[in-house]
Design a binder for this molecule. Structure first.
Ligand SMILES: [Zn+2]
Length: 235
């Protein structure tokens, strides 16, 4: 994901739009703040909250495990207790494994937060680009373009409408969600344990799993988000 190890400019003082960025399907999309005019060969230099950096860091480490450390930079968040005001301290480190032979200076750097406490990860170095959303009319737009340029529909309204259609959304009862999650868990365990499509009891467990997943999708925002993310990853 690293191209050339180019000279980096001064950090951006006031990145000014909220959007989502990704690197193809490898990394992201993540919420970010950035100056859209601040480009390196057209690529973006996004800034992230520490929580987002933690997600991103975990993903880079997964990628390095999968694809090899020779071709993947990794990000690490090292937590160091609290400062004298009781605020948690953390250091964000960027490791460029392929430059390890050239000395520590280019192989590792500490990413300092900017004035807003946001961390610029991979700016002027990685191929970050805007994440997009697809309107019901089929038009693609960058994430921060909140209204479809073709039909005028709003991004956020549509993403909520992508919940299973047909039934009005019931107010979620937390106890019902817990009950359904347990039902899913048990049915899935039974389905996995001894797959045998000739066994009526197994078929009943599969039907129960399907039905409880459908019900969960209708009322469990966490599960619904997971489904949306799975869909996004499939694209
Ligand atoms: Zn549209």
């Amino acid at each position: 994901m690293t191209d050339t190890h180019a000279q980096r400019p001064e950090p951006v003082a006031d990145p000014d739009i909220h959007t989502r960025v990704c690197i193809d399907s490898m990394l992201g999309p993540y919420d970010a703040k950035l100056d859209p005019t601040h480009r390196w060969n057209g690529w973006l230099s996004p800034y992230f909250t520490l929580d987002t950096v933690r997600q991103l860091a975990a993903r880079t480490q997964e990628m390095a495990e999968e694809d090899g450390f020779d071709c993947v930079d990794t990000i690490h968040v090292i937590d160091g207790d609290t400062d004298s005001d009781g605020e948690p301290r953390a250091v964000v480190v960027h490791i460029r494994w392929q430059y390890l032979g050239e000395g520590a200076e280019s192989a590792a750097s500490i990413i300092q937060p900017n004035d807003e406490g946001l961390y610029g990860v991979g700016g002027w170095e990685w191929t970050w680009h805007f994440a997009s959303w697809t309107c019901a009319c089929g038009t693609d737009a960058y994430w921060h373009v909140e209204t479809c340029e073709n039909c005028g529909a709003a991004r956020d309204g549509q993403l909520q409408e992508q919940a299973p259609a047909g039934q009005p959304e019931p107010a979620a009862d937390p106890k019902e969600i817990v009950r359904l999650r347990e039902r899913v868990h048990h049915a899935a365990a039974r389905v996995r344990a001894d797959p045998d499509s000739t066994n009526p009891e197994w078929r009943a467990a599969l039907a129960d799993l399907t039905e409880s997943l459908d019900q969960l999708a209708a009322i469990d925002p966490v599960y619904r988000l997971a489904l949306q993310q799975a869909d996004a990853t499939d694209d």
